[in-house]
Design a protein around this ligand. Sequence first.
Ligand code: PAF
Length: 284
Amino acid sequence: MIKIFKTKNEILDYRNSKATNLTIGLVPTMGNLHAGHLSLLKNSILENDISIITIFVNPTQFGPNEDFNSYPRTLDHDLTLIEELALKMSSAKEIAVFAPTSNDEIYPENFSTSISIGPLKNILEGKIRPTHFDGVTTVVFKLFHITKPHNAYFGQKDYQQCVIIQKMILDLELPISMHIIPISRNADGLALSSRNQYLTDTEMKMALTLPKTLNAIKDAVLNNRDFLDAINEAKQDPRWDYLEVLDAHTLNDDIENKKDLVIVGAYKINQTRLLDNIVVKNVR
Ligand code: PAF
């Protein structure tokens, strides 16, 4: 059963009407849903009594010259995909969609607070998009506050976002378990992303450099070869914004003696930036 809410007061009333013994799963999204988002929702449906999926293109996480205005908004299609998933899972569990019709529902006039988690927001994506993570943590905190979930589901593709939200949950002692769901990929291995649709066919092929390079570095890491060679060779291609091997838990670049690593990359094709990563556990 799917319920759709367009205002904050409606979703607050809905949430407050739910018995305290029911578990709530939250799937925050910016819409334009694809199989990656649906796998988050599927996990939430399986693991909770009620799932709330939010669809909100959050203006504060876009920089001034980024794609906020052109970001694909496909609410009707998103709702169809959610219905189809619910039917396919033959689940009788409740699904609520919170899709605010106006930015004022989240950021009323004179809104001026920002949640900022410190140094982690300044590396990798944050170096290139300096205001991005303050926008993400602020909206996610608000969505947590409005929906009061027990479990929250995020995609591994935005790995730094996951680490940052996990840190916010820890620092602010939020009573929420975070679940990071593995990356969904197309048949060629490219991580699914709403921004893939900005790419032409030729650019889609070019984009495969991203997963292929991450896999080559993973092989080097696993076979005790010097992965820096692989990184330096890859970086001859100017499309890389960054390509690094870091501690998977802290994103620190001091990885000596660290067991769990993450290989993160951002690759830019014309105006489209694509992100991907591979986690390699128990390396040592
Ligand atoms: O990952 C996203 O789609 C967004 O950053 C999120 C978490 C929904 C916040 O707007």
